[in-house]
Design a protein around this ligand. Structure first.
Ligand code: BJ8
Length: 439
């Protein structure tokens, strides 16, 4: 396994090697039982199996090789961080570990108990020194999307260098102008690592690479949800692919997403589905689902349902828009185009955030889904409050919706499964009644 092979490297970046190996062992075990046991997986998932086995091994070696060449390694917690600029500098911008319950208790020695588990988990990884991505980061880019994150950066900065990027909570002209300044400052922070100027041509190249990655994910989105009778890939596998998108090398990842898509196209032509016809097809809305938080997808797909889309930052919200660089001839124009694209992210941190509701309804209709699950992490106030507006709009459209609030602890897994089962039953009942009425 990769972790053992790279023990010296892990020690050199101050990873707690013993604890890290144990965590990795647990993660791999979870992956084996929840993913490898699925029947009829696409063969192209082989690459993602390999990546999982090397996620804290070879991938960490690759990142540190880049660092030795003065290419930046930037850790992030949010899709507002303009990864294009880091990739343009020849470096890597990745999501930090933040989906495990195993680090939460450590985090609670410094953070309050009643804040979002994502923040506590990530913070705990830093205190434990068990995330090799965090340990490899030249700096962590934190953003001001929510109160808990904004204040956590002040504490995290004592343990690891943090660059704070202010993301506005409104989208007025003056907010967008301020945001462009933040993007410029982020670019300058990258230059402080590389010790050279990041050119316009390099930044444009970075945009092209990330645009291509998002295009590949849009293709995957269309293929997994376009035929109501044929689900060519499980929601769990699709989620895993999405989760890996924030950790893998962008170019290699894009190629491998397309390989999966090529296979899914063939499956669709041949009618090869991983679920029986009439399996209720659900969309999952809400907060990001960080690895190894597979609780909800596992509950749905082991209860007779399937997930065909995630309207979240580990999903559609990440890949739905690209940066338009046509005709860009100056750095300022590029910053404006980046902000134009990033401002389309309909995160609940914005007020108002009305576009999100319309988009959800449109996505639901386009994909001919059968229901939605609105998923929020505990203590995420923005998504929790916004759930009221979303569920009201869904009810008006007659869209079945179940709201689930959860953290990373395994304790509520049984309760979530019971609620999902009841939800799926009510959908099936509705479908039968509709079929009867149509006769
Ligand atoms: S763009 S969703 S990744 S902010 S950390 S807001 S869950 S309380 S993650 Fe997010 Fe960027 Fe928005 Fe997406 Fe809530 Fe937790 Fe805050 Fe969170």
């Amino acid at each position: 396994m990769g972790v053992e092979l790279h023990k010296d490297l892990l020690e050199s970046i101050n990873v707690d090697v013993e604890r890290h190996a144990k965590m990795m062992g647990m993660g791999l075990e979870g992956y084996k039982t929840q993913f490898m046991s699925q029947p009829n997986r696409p063969e192209a998932m082989e690459y993602f199996n390999w990546f999982m086995s090397e996620i804290q091994g070879q991938r960490i070696a690759e990142i540190n090789q880049l660092r030795s060449e003065k290419k930046p390694a930037v850790g992030a917690f949010c899709i507002f961080v303009p990864e294009e600029l880091v990739v343009g500098a020849g470096g890597v911008c990745y999501g930090l570990c933040g989906g495990s319950n195993a680090t939460v208790t450590d985090a609670e020695s410094e953070l309050p108990r009643n804040i979002c588990p994502l923040i506590k988990s990530a913070y705990g990884f830093k205190l434990q020194r068990t995330c090799a991505y965090t340990q490899s980061a030249d700096f962590i880019c934190g953003e001001t999307t929510c109160e808990a994150k904004k204040k956590t950066w002040e504490l995290l900065n004592k343990h690891h260098p943090v660059h704070v990027m202010h993301v506005p909570h409104m989208k007025r002209e003056r907010d967008l102008t301020m945001w462009q300044g933040e993007v410029k400052e982020f670019k300058e922070r990258i230059e402080s690592v590389t010790e050279k100027k990041l050119t316009l041509a390099e930044m444009l190249k970075g945009v092209e690479i990330i645009n291509a990655k998002r295009d590949a994910l849009l293709r995957l989105d269309a293929l997994r949800s376009q035929n109501p009778d044929v689900m060519p890939i499980s929601g769990k596998d699709a989620l895993f692919i999405l989760q890996m998108g924030s950790m893998d090398d962008a170019v290699r990842y894009t190629q491998n997403v397309h390989k999966v898509c090529d296979e899914l196209e063939v499956r669709l032509q041949k009618g090869i589905s991983v679920f029986p016809k009439n399996t209720p097809r659900l969309m999952v809305l809400g907060t990001p689902i960080a690895i190894p938080n597979w609780k909800l997808h596992t509950a749905i797909e082991s209860s007779g349902g399937c997930v065909i889309n995630e309207e979240s930052c580990t999903g559609h919200r990440y890949y739905k828009d690209n940066v338009d660089i046509k005709g860009v001839t100056s750095e300022d124009e590029l910053y404006a185009r980046l902000v134009e694209r990033y401002a389309k992210i309909d995160c609940a941190c914005f007020t108002p955030n009305t576009g999100r509701v319309d988009k959800i309804v449109q996505m639901y209709k386009e994909r001919k889904a059968d229901g939605v699950i609105y998923y929020t992490l505990s203590f995420c106030h923005t998504y929790n409050v916004e759930s009221h507006l979303v569920t009201k709009a869904l009810a008006k459209e007659g869209i079945p919706c179940l709201v689930i609030e959860s953290d990373y602890s395994p304790e509520d897994a049984g309760q979530i499964k019971t609620r999902v089962e009841a939800f799926l039953e009510s959908i099936a009942f509705k479908q039968k009644a509709q079929a009867f009425a149509n006769k």
